[in-house]
Design a protein around this ligand. Sequence first.
Ligand SMILES: [Zn+2]
Length: 666
Amino acid sequence: MLNGIVAGQEPTLPYTPSLDLASMDKQADPCVNFYEYSCGGWKKNNPIPADQTSWSVYGKLYQDNLQFLRGILEHAAQTSGQRDEVTRQIGDFYAACMDEAEVEKQGLAPIRDYLEAVGNLKSTKELAPLVAKLQMVYGRSVLFTGGSTQDPDDAEKIIAELDQGGLGLPDRDYYTKEDAKSKETRERYVQHVQKVFELTGENAGTAKKDAETVMRMETALAKASLTRVERRDPYKLKHKMKMAELDTLAPNFDWTAYYSTAKYPGFEILNVGAPEFFKDVNRQLKDEPLDHWKTYLRFHVVDAASPYLSAPFVNENFEFYRKYLRGAKEQQPRWKRCVSYTDRQLGEALGQVFVAKVFSPELKASTLDMVRRIEDAMAIRIQQLDWMSPETKQQALQKLHGIRNKIGYPDKWRDYSSVTISRIDFAGNMGRSSSFEHHREINKIGKPLDRGEWEMSPPTVNAYYDPQMNDINFPAGVLQPPLYDAKEDAAPNYGDTGGTIGHELTHGFDDEGSQYDANGNLKNWWTKEDREKFDARTKCVEDQYGKYVVVDDIHINSKLTLGEDVADLGGEILAYMAWQDATKGQTLEPRDGLTPEQRFFVGFAQWACENERPEELRVRAATDPHSPAEYRINGVVVNMPEFAKAFACKAGQPMTKPLEKVCKVW
Ligand SMILES: [Zn+2]
């Protein structure tokens, strides 16, 4: 089926080994700063490219994937010869995106209809159907977010969902914090909003006034929103109600019109993630005049579409979101943006070709074998825990055995054939493919749960655990060198990918995941005493990471990163156990002056080698549940006595915690 694409062209991914001596800094003392020892060379040899906001082993691998996919897409875009439907869709999508002349010619035309619809609003009563339409295009959260979710009480059921949203800045805290940097960011955001209005033809005075209106309305929405830390508590997000109750919660919004315009299937129950937020939406619907709503919507329509419009819009979007907010120096070349858009919008079409090229059945079998060994280690670990009662252990094992392993790519590919992809309408392609995704989400309501579904495309360099699905998902993109290296021996591979597998498994048992049972239901399976002991153990991790500094005077928000920090620690302990088991009875030799144990730990650390711009670190400190790379390594090894032993670190050295202070959760 895919022959047409690759004829005469064999793109390959560049190779870096999973343990790279050149990435180390042997001058650094591993017992003082293990991250520096393992990654110092990498950091020196890999300055952040001008178009990037950070540069890491993961980020670099994704860029390599983009380069690889570019070859596939350029070939797929050629109209000579026969193309099957999948090839035609991805090829034409890419070609339309690359057709800059056409995009420039169109200017604001692709969103003119939406802007007109906003302009024609006669009353706030008419907002609901329009918001429903605008949420479909470009996947933007306009005013709030709507879609579907697994019923927290019965994971087999899919119900409708509403949640907070509607902001232009990356987090609600940007609107509420009073420090100088936050105030500056708000001023710059208002200037950005003003600029966007000016680009649509408003004069500077009106645009400034309108920008202040948007800021004021968004600030109210932000204040009514839950924080990221609050959102880690699944019970705070669980508010199931009937439509009649929703009408009582926010009577000023025409929910019937909203749901019928968005073409939801009939349903009785929905979950409202943040009821207080909808109370504020309701208040604003009464207090804000129609003109202000038009202003709010107009901005969000243009801002959401900006990356896909002509150069002035693309540039302004870059200037604020990537340059000012995250520190990039240059715009990414167009081809790179176009490949990522294709991956984002038609990921399981493009992914088919990717998988055929880089993910052999042998690779799938060997990585799956590693997953099973890590799971076995977890079962042993649970049985060995001295603080957990037999009752809770039994439940934990049941949950562990209920986890589904999804490796590489989905068994059944998503069918995009109903999406119209035009060769000359890039913004339209973006809008239609986003609407397709939105409808796909909505149409799940009331249907049986599809456990085979993936949230990440195959070329993605990342992995995830889903507590409601109770599954771990490893796209083909993350199972490539240097992360998983079929040419290398077990030590660095277990340290790196083994640790990542353990990390995802441990998410099922972190502060959040541990509240869901084997079937993905939000249901307590802990005895009261065991839960208290568990909380005390995670508190040790929370206190440890809370002391680390991200940038300037900003500390890690370790309540936000707790789940990831617990997963990092648990994952590496499991990987170490599984590695020892996998190599039992073998005589492991030192290599390149490193013992097998040292190679395990250096392999582990080298997944995380990274350089970040200070601006990017600030955004992450506010939004990212992961700790900065350095602490994802050093914060783990200080809690593993196996590490101190491997490097003969002494008591009192920074990477050696006294045994009684070591944090141990799993
Ligand atoms: Zn994680």
